[in-house]
Design a protein around this ligand. Structure first.
Ligand code: 5GP
Length: 116
């Protein structure tokens, strides 16, 4: 039961269609939907369907999952005809991660400031 609980983040529930989301993209390995609290004009979250809580817990067994996640970002950029975007992965509480199901943020739709 405790194991099931640890898998039941809001994103796992979105995968199972137990809670609604504005889904904009889906393939065999990944799902993407609009962030509920957008930090840019376009703010999409891309998640692997398989559960991995955070990037730093990835092992060699997750290399395909990570590749599929980044390739989904590429497909979404094309689908939404984005001219440019920023991809962010927050890892762990100290990295600003609040939902412990790996996800990539795609920020776009405006001119994003570069790093100084
Ligand atoms: P993190 O801080 O973990 O990298 O990002 C979590 C993101 O998930 C936040 O940007 C937050 O707005 C978004 N989020 C949290 N709960 C939900 C939800 O139920 N639905 C959607 N669409 N986004 C969510």
């Amino acid at each position: 039961r405790s194991i099931q609980y640890s898998f039941s983040t809001v994103f796992d529930k979105i995968i199972k269609r137990q809670i609604p989301a504005k889904i904009i993209y889906e393939d065999k390995h990944c799902l993407a939907f609009e962030d509920i609290n957008p930090k840019a004009k376009i703010h999409v979250l891309v998640i692997p369907k398989e559960h991995l809580d955070r990037l730093s817990n990835a092992t060699e067994q997750h290399i395909n999952l990570l590749g599929n996640l980044m390739y989904a970002v590429n497909r979404i950029g094309k689908q939404l005809q984005l001219e440019g975007y920023r991809v962010i992965i927050n890892d762990g509480q100290k990295g600003g991660q609040t939902v412990f199901h790996l996800h990539a943020h795609i920020l776009s739709g405006e001119n994003l400031p570069g790093f100084e």
